[in-house]
Design a protein around this ligand. Sequence first.
Ligand SMILES: NC(=O)c1ccc[n+]([C@@H]2O[C@H](COP(=O)([O-])OP(=O)(O)OC[C@H]3O[C@@H](n4cnc5c(N)ncnc54)[C@H](O)[C@@H]3O)[C@@H](O)[C@H]2O)c1
Length: 361
Amino acid sequence: MESVRAGLVGGGRIADLNVIGWLEHPSAEVAAICDIDPQIRDARAEEWDCRPIGSYEDLLADDGIDAVVILTPHHLHAEQAIAALEAGKHVSLQKPPARSMAEYETIGDAARTAEEKQGAKFQVFEDFMFYPPHVLAARLVEEGEIGDVLSVRLVTAGGRMGNGEGWEVDAASQMWRMDPDLCGGGMTTFDHGYHCFNMGRMFVPDPVESVHAYINFMEMGEYLIDVPSIITWRYAGMPRFGSWEVVASLDLDVMSKYYVTDDRMEIRGSKGIIWVNQCCGRLLEEPPVVLYREGEVRSFHRVESDWAASFRDATFDFIDGILDDRPPLQTVDDARETLRFALAAQLSAREHREVAPAEVT
Ligand SMILES: NC(=O)c1ccc[n+]([C@@H]2O[C@H](COP(=O)([O-])OP(=O)(O)OC[C@H]3O[C@@H](n4cnc5c(N)ncnc54)[C@H](O)[C@@H]3O)[C@@H](O)[C@H]2O)c1
């Protein structure tokens, strides 16, 4: 295969970033866009110089499309991913891949069958694991810079536009997220949460053994948002913990080109600490990554830190996997464990008790 031809499904808010890798990779192209909204479909087709396709069935039957990139609300993920895999396409599916483990298992089965039969590749698109500051932090941990990891602490704060540049997000793009039947869980703790739970797994080799979540719901204008919330977890093996705290700081200025959200992380080790100071948005004039050990502070100013880079690199991983006939970095099984972790947090909050992810089947 000389070039991988993509059909994007869903040209909504996140498509702006998902398309970048397809436009920039030298051996890939955007062949078509399918969206049930004809205005979005036509506008995206013009913007990306590709064919608009009205029906999903037509897109799957199209021999000019090798890979289907699914960017639709969560209740459509399983049905669209399975249909595409059965049609012999490679599939990149935006996170969270499914609303339940049962639903995910049907996708996983279809992905394994498609791989065996025609070498089709399946990616759950989780870009935080490709965000260059996160990749750098993982390398520093791997190289032993902070010794044994003792805790992973994440904080997400939604704020207000600090530089007047952040994304305006349409109500249509938010409303489906507030319906648990369509979203699968809270729009913050499950939807955005998939990233943060994946980060919770990225720096510690041991699996997560137990999760506890307080998830609160707060009215914000027409929206009911699952903040403030705090989720804590324990890893198997040596005693160590992780936590993720979510707050809505409505009057906090957050500088961002994208969502006005400040995500940051602290990884504490037996002999050092790593701070990742930005992701989607930026707050302070800090270096993206800082390492402290043995009385010295090392600041990594030159690591690429625009959030869009994580989308480019996640897409490149999928395209290169197709070209090199290898699975993407987040495999079918790996994505299943992140989903299980995310669902365990939802269950813990609902039932007000500690939940072992192994219970979520
Ligand atoms: N990786 C990230 O950081 C990130 C960020 C935001 C969203 N997402 C994920 O991306 C996906 C889409 O989110 P969004 O914010 O772009 O949503 P959105 O609501 O803005 O866009 C969804 C699009 O899908 C279209 N659509 C709906 N039903 C369809 C159908 N049957 N066939 C074709 N098109 C259909 C809609 O018309 C809309 O244009 C979700 O899985 C979401 O969780 C990921």
